[in-house]
Design a protein around this ligand. Structure first.
Ligand code: FAD
Ligand code: NAP
Length: 311
């Protein structure tokens, strides 16, 4: 039995594990992929204090090194359910279950699909959701980037390192991205915009993407735009399926908590992008992880559950 089981090793989960392990609690962190979460899919991070700029995967590695130093155990697993047994919880993975006195949910989000014809078919053959993973495959190609938020605009700027030209296709005539990111995109000669426009279909041949059919939402006019690749950044959906049965999600699938990261189930906390909130950032994920790590300790104390761990 662990004092705390952290589900997800993004910045939120890793910080919760760091704080809990530094309180001398026994901590298990379960992750289904590489530790680091979305940071592994991010090129340059410029808004994490202490680093003028740092590549996402490098920041992920540094965080992971720091967490393991204080004794957090790691397990590979895809969590599918969480069961409340009162004084302890059962965290169910596909092939194994773990028991913890408390649990921190930190599974984050996943890129939303656009849902247009050709998206599925050309995924991995010109359709991508990760500039840092796939950008280098598109040297000297014209690319379409779909979306108007931080991800679309920032990753479009990153892609100008490789691409000959980038067209950002946005459904409105105004970007949602932070002003500083917008200004950089407007000043970048390789980037142009197709405003008030949505993709109708991603087109290609048996080898790869060759372009897209783009509809102007104001005129309904459809035009064919040539492109060697399409990067899609149209928002995020919570990775909360495993917590639905336990009643921890709201109607839209996000997990609601109070200011101490407590969910509706005593002893279960939620942190990071998975939470219902407005600012999804590494800094906020880390801050919430710290709060949850400390709250876990207080919960165990208040409920007289702090006897020596029986792992
Ligand atoms: P995540 O980082 O998503 O980590 C969640 C982890 O949980 C993942 O590793 C996942 O594999 C794991 N997981 C999910 N489900 C399960 C399961 N069932 N079982 C086991 N493990 C599971 N923020 C910034 O501050 N600065 C930036 O420059 C920046 N750039 C970004 C660029 C892009 C393209 C994107 C998409 C986001 C960017 N963000 C940036 C946002 C930032 O990355 C997130 O806010 C942050 O990573 C959220 O941390 P998290 O730990 O909550 O979730
Ligand atoms: P987001 O902020 O939700 O933006 C999604 C964008 O896609 C919006 O512009 C939206 O248009 C558009 N969109 C949504 N559905 C669409 C559809 N079906 N068809 C066409 N366009 C569609 O998502 P995000 O940019 O991935 O950012 C997610 C979170 O990560 C945010 O909290 C963001 O701040 C954070 N992040 C931060 C950084 C950074 O700090 N540097 C970098 C990346 C991400 P509308 O604008 O019309 O709604």
């Amino acid at each position: 039995m662990y004092d705390v089981i952290v589900i997800g090793a993004g910045p939120a989960g890793m910080t919760a594990a760091l704080y809990a392990s530094r309180s001398n609690l026994s901590v298990l962190m379960i992750e289904r992929g590489a530790p680091g979460g979305q940071m592994n899919n991010t090129a340059e991070v410029e808004n994490y204090p202490g680093f003028e700029t740092i590549m996402g995967p490098e920041l992920a590695y540094k965080m992971f090194e720091g967490v393991t130093k204080f004794g957090t155990e790691n397990a590979y697993g895809i969590v599918t359910d969480i069961i409340d047994h009162g004084t302890h919880k059962e965290v169910v993975c596909e092939d194994k279950s773990y028991e913890g006195k408390t649990v921190v949910l930190a599974t984050g989000c996943v890129h939303r699909k656009l849902g247009v014809k050709g998206e599925e078919e050309f995924s991995g053959r010109g359709v991508s959701y990760c500039a840092v993973c796939d950008g280098a495959f598109f040297r000297n190609k014209k690319l379409l980037v779909v979306g108007g938020g931080d991800s679309a605009v920032e990753e479009a700027i990153y892609l100008t390192r490789f691409a000959s030209e980038i067209v950002i296709v946005h459904r409105r005539d105004e970007l949602r991205a932070q002003k500083i990111i917008q200004d950089r995109a407007f000043a970048n000669e390789k980037i142009s915009f197709l405003w008030d426009s949505v993709l109708e279909e991603i087109t290609g041949n048996e080898m790869a993407v060759t372009g897209a059919k783009v509809r102007n939402v104001k005129t309904d006019e459809v035009s064919e735009v040539e492109a060697g690749g399409v990067f899609i950044y149209v928002g995020l959906d919570p990775l909360s399926e495993p917590f639905k049965k336990a009643g921890l999600t709201n109607a839209a699938g996000w997990v609601e908590t109070d200011n101490d990261m407590r969910t509706s189930m005593p002893g279960v906390f939620a942190v990071g992008d998975l939470r219902e909130k407005t600012l999804r950032q590494i800094t906020t994920a880390v801050g919430e992880g710290g709060i949850a790590g400390q709250q876990v300790y207080l919960y165990l104390e208040e409920n007289n559950l702090t006897e020596a761990p029986t792992v």
